[in-house]
Design a binder for this molecule. Structure first.
Ligand SMILES: [Zn+2]
Length: 175
């Protein structure tokens, strides 16, 4: 385990957006620093795999490497700092089963428009986008894929049309 004092802060450390989820933020930080996957960020932050898995992310190390206030990052984290086994999305209490952090859906049109992934895409219920009138496409790669370094983050932040192959039918009224 890397002691926090041996961690070198990243050269680029964008601020989290008010409606951005923690995993989406980690993707954006990874991308802005030239890492092809979040694994580069996780290693740079000195995190072990268990410190960057699912809802349990070592926010203190992430705050240090991104030069952010830990409280600010904690506010977009998924685990309550004060209550055990209490899960959050943007500070709102949610059941753990409501969060889909392993392979959440994503709307490429919204990502292309906003240039970040909004936190509500971390909810399991999000399978379509009312804004873009699109069925949400595919799923982000699993953490296992990202942790292996074998999946690139770029297309997911660019709303890459390659992710939309044949899976962007219009949303029907009954969806
Ligand atoms: Zn959308």
């Amino acid at each position: 385990m890397t002691p926090i004092q041996h961690i070198r802060p990243l050269p680029r450390h964008p601020d989290p957006r008010p409606t951005e989820g923690l995993w989406g933020y980690m993707l954006r930080v990874s991308h802005s620093n030239g890492f092809s996957s979040p694994w580069g960020l996780i290693r740079r932050a000195g995190m072990e795999q268990y410190e960057a898995r699912g809802a349990s992310i070592n926010v203190a190390k992430l705050a240090f490497v991104t030069r952010k206030d830990g409280t600010r990052l904690q506010s977009i984290g998924y685990v309550s700092a004060t209550q055990k086994r209490s899960y959050l999305l943007l500070g709102h209490s949610v059941p753990r089963t409501a969060l889909e952090l392993e392979a959440p859906h994503i709307c490429p049109a919204c990502v292309d428009d906003l240039k970040f992934i909004e936190a509500h895409w971390d909810l399991a219920i999000m399978t379509a986008c009312a804004n873009a009138q699109l069925r949400a496409i595919g799923r982000k790669p699993s953490h296992r894929q990202w942790l292996s370094g074998g999946t690139e983050v770029e297309p997911w932040l660019a709303g890459d049309s390659r992710l939309c192959r044949g899976v962007r039918p219009p949303v029907h009224q009954n969806v």
